[in-house]
Write a protein that binds this ligand. Structure first.
Ligand code: ZN
Ligand code: ZN
Length: 98
């Protein structure tokens, strides 16, 4: 490996690490089984207990405010009111701030 190549590689690694660090973690909810996870990147499409694979929607940035869905009682800690993603209670989640 040349010095230049090493330098480029190091650059990429640093940029990648910085990227991950800077990203806000998000709230992801599976549209089918209502599983909720909190992480920066889209979760892997693992098997969903309902059918096929989880179908992830990023509903909000993770934060300190507690919201609860009026229909399915799912709770999330979000920075702001989450998006109205599909709710197992019918239609879309209806978020109330607790
Ligand atoms: Zn699922
Ligand atoms: Zn709901």
């Amino acid at each position: 490996m040349t010095v230049k190549k090493v330098a480029t590689t190091v650059c990429f690694v640093l940029a990648g690490a910085f990227c991950c660090y800077a990203e806000t973690s998000g709230i992801w909810i599976c549209a089918k089984c209502n599983t909720r996870v909190e992480q920066t990147r889209r979760p892997l499409p693992a098997k969903c207990p309902v059918s096929g694979y989880h179908q992830w929607n990023r509903v909000a940035d993770a934060g300190k405010n507690l919201f609860i869905c009026r229909k399915c009682a799912l709770k999330v800690h979000a920075a702001a009111r989450p998006q109205p993603a599909p709710c197992p209670g019918g239609g879309y989640h209806l978020w109330d701030k607790l």
